[in-house]
Design a binder for this molecule. Structure first.
Ligand SMILES: [Ca+2]
Ligand SMILES: [Ca+2]
Length: 728
């Protein structure tokens, strides 16, 4: 509402007005320069005002030059002449040349803003205010600058999949909770306390999907169902919640390449049902009198043609593995969408990541070209073994990595919450190293966090040179800034003890925990379990895949504490009386105790989880390497003997070592916490030492060692602030 005011007021009356307004809720009258004669408040109340009469028209609660007037205020008419002065003008007039004297007026609560402005303009208020203002601005700028600087110099934090070891569990063999002789999800939950004693960060449970195949690994009938052998979906949810309660993470297997031939998709595909018709790879083929002439010469991984004639559909379907495992047609967008939905299903359940199996087989050449024989002179009719062909048209086809990246993108949608990053590993079994490295992705295209490094799991002979070769092959080919990982066993491989000999188990575990990257342990390797003998099996199934999957050996009781039932699905190894958790946890020199000590060291030592790795020396016996970090004047020097007993002279390596090094950990209990003489270290067969010494002369800083040293994410340590920083 527009207000017209015109008043005359003697300056001396301001104080009086202030108080009278409080009492009478009258409109404010302030003098203007033009009206030298003033009115008394009483005059206004009575509607008086001769030459300088005031006419005011006000309704409701209005401010008038900052004074408050309520509805009780009598309506006053303003002088038309004076009314040219707007309220704004009135306000400005306060500040005018005839500025009012505020002498004797003191600030009070509820003071009108215009009078408040009068006070606030005074130097005693203005100066501190401006000082405070600029102090605030400077502080904010400094804080922003400091935050940006800290972010800029901080190295990338290790994510959970980098920070601690992974523990791979074959669920049918870990612990049986319901006496049926098969390990199950509840059994794993019962043993979580044990897993935490290993300083494990991530549990990796291999395939538990609904399947009628014996080993449950590669023939899934429903990707969104738990096989009843392992329990129910509720059991899975309980297990996952319990794993998270303990601060652990869970990753699970996923095998997208194929399904079981009992999967509903396949049942519908073979009967030409709607969109499922093209869910698998079908081709016409000739089939007469039980003899099939396949569309091409492609072979199954297990040998013989990878095509199988289906009586129902009267066509051949492609199977890279067993005929019970038909390959999905990944060139069909509907299939891609189905797989995406399965990934989302488990991520919504809360799993922390996947191991994607057999991804190199996802696509095949569209034109079904024959693969080339390794031995060109061999009669094609006799080529039946997988190794007799080059697999240029059935593995790693153009577009395969795009599929893997699409899996990654789906997972990224569920990785945005802090602390909820979803890990992606790819299984790249029997790939060349350069093809394996492709799964790390490209500089700006993320793929797997890492392809699983199973090169140690296939070693059947050991020497310092062989171990050195496996290490350098990975480290030199891995793209810059990526994170390594190391496995020593797995469900598809012979156990360490059976492959390499019991005397090397501790050394291999020491190697696992002192290399840079994520250590991955297959269940039972922490106590040195070995394969069961094939002759003990009452199975007609492919026994070679079962020997490393025998029940976990917990204690001396029947079935090694794995099951209280009368029968177990695979026999327990006969060595369980001496090789079991219960016995080893009380033995100070046991494989389990060393494994736990290594896990602790790995968790607590920046040198091991963030430090440089310098590979210094190797021969047919030993490998020597260091872990060091700028800012820490202490170095770990590992000496691992993968050969027979030998003598090592570290001084010959010109590392500038002191004459004595402290033993931090040893596979030989007798030498724990002692010192060794660097000019002559006697190493037993399979002996490993983690030595420690102080120096300010780190090897990676020296030109001579620069090409022998590696780091994923460079970091330096400041002991003064107890922080890591990257600008160093
Ligand atoms: Ca069971
Ligand atoms: Ca395939």
């Amino acid at each position: 509402m527009t207000m017209y005011t015109s008043y005359t007021l003697r300056p001396a009356s301001v104080s009086q007005f202030v108080h009278s307004t409080q009492q009478n809720h009258l409109s404010t009258l302030l003098s203007t320069g033009r009206h030298s004669e003033g009115l008394q408040p009483g005059d206004i109340a009575e509607g008086k005002g001769k030459g300088d009469s005031i006419r005011m028209s006000m309704k409701g609660c209005q401010t008038n030059n900052g004074f408050v007037q309520n509805e009780d205020t009598p309506e006053l008419e303003l002088d038309p002449i004076s009314s040219v002065d707007s309220p704004q003008h009135q306000a400005l007039s306060i500040m005018g040349p005839e500025e009012l004297s505020l002498q004797g007026v003191r600030p009070y609560a509820g003071m009108p803003k215009d009078v408040l402005f009068q006070f606030s303009g005074q130097a005693c208020y203005r100066v501190p205010r401006e000082i405070l203002f600029w102090l605030t601005i400077v502080t904010v700028v400094l804080l922003i600058g400091a935050t940006v600087a800290i972010i800029a110099v901080s190295p990338k934090c290790l994510d959970w999949w980098q920070a601690g070891p992974m523990y791979q569990i074959y669920p049918r063999s870990f612990r049986d909770s319901d006496k049926d002789g098969n390990g199950d999800l509840k059994g794993i939950q019962d043993k979580l306390d044990y897993i935490t004693t290993l300083n494990i960060k991530t549990i990796w449970i291999t395939s538990f999907y609904k399947s009628s195949l014996k080993d449950f690994r590669y023939g899934v009938e429903d990707f969104q169902e738990i096989d009843p052998t392992f329990g129910t979906m509720k059991d899975f949810e309980n297990l996952l919640a319990a794993i998270h309660d303990k601060g652990l993470k869970l990753i699970i297997d996923f095998i997208p390449n194929h399904t079981s031939d009992k999967h509903p998709w396949f049942e519908m595909s073979r009967t030409w049902t709607g969109k499922y018709t093209d869910y698998y790879i079908w081709r016409d083929c000739t089939h007469e009198n039980g003899i099939t002439i396949p569309p091409n010469n492609w072979l199954s991984v297990y040998g013989n043609s990878s095509w199988h004639f289906d009586e129902v559909r009267q066509q051949c379907y492609y199977h890279q593995f067993l005929k019970e495992q038909p390959d999905l047609n990944f060139r069909n967008p509907d299939v891609q969408e189905e797989i995406k939905e399965i990934i989302q299903f488990w991520l919504l359940k809360g799993v922390d990541g996947f191991s994607f199996d057999a991804v190199k087989f996802l696509l095949e050449a569209k034109d079904l070209r024959d693969e080339i024989q390794v031995n060109k002179s061999q009669n094609p009719d006799t080529v039946t073994r997988y190794s007799e062909l080059y697999h240029d048209f059935t593995t790693t086809q153009v577009g395969m990595h795009d599929l893997v990246r699409s899996f990654r993108q789906t997972m990224d949608q569920y990785s945005r919450e802090p602390g909820r990053y979803r890990f992606m590993g790819t299984e790249a079994y029997a790939e060349s190293i350069d093809r394996t490295m492709m799964y790390y992705g490209l500089p700006f295209i993320q793929e797997a966090d890492f392809p699983f490094n199973n090169y140690f799991t296939t070693l059947y002979t050991l020497s310092g040179n062989i171990v050195h070769e496996v290490i350098t092959s990975w480290m030199k080919n891995m793209p810059e800034g990526k994170w390594p990982n190391w496995m020593t066993g797995g469900p598809d491989n012979t156990r360490l003890t059976s492959r390499l000999g019991n005397q090397y188990v501790n050394t291999m575990n020491m190697l696992l925990f002192t290399l840079p990257g994520t250590p991955i342990t297959y269940y039972g390797e922490e106590i040195g379990m070995q394969d069961i003998l094939a002759t003990n099996l009452e199975e007609s199934y492919d026994t070679s895949t079962l020997l490393s999957k025998s029940p976990m050996q917990w204690d001396n009781s029947s079935n090694a504490g794995f099951s209280e039932g009368n029968h177990t699905w695979l026999p327990t190894n006969s060595d369980y009386h001496i090789v079991n958790v219960d016995v080893q946890k009380t033995q100070p020199s046991s494989t389990l105790k060393l494994y736990q000590d290594l896990g602790l060291l790995h968790a607590n030592e920046l040198l091991l989880n963030r430090g440089w790795f310098c590979l210094l020396s190797n021969n047919s016996h030993y490998v020597v390497y260091t872990r060091e970090l700028d800012g820490i004047d202490r170095v770990f020097l590992m000496v691992l003997n993968f050969g027979d007993s030998t003598l090592l002279n570290l001084q010959e390596m010109n590392l500038g070592l002191p004459t004595k090094l402290r033993v931090r950990l040893s596979t030989n209990p007798a030498s724990q916490h002692s010192e060794v003489d660097t000019s002559g270290i006697s190493l037993e067969e399979g002996e490993g030492l983690i030595l420690e010494y102080n120096t300010k002369n780190l090897l990676h800083q020296q030109t001579a060692f620069r090409d022998k040293c590696f780091i994923s994410n460079r970091a330096c340590y400041s002991s003064a602030f107890n922080i890591l920083y990257s600008v160093c």
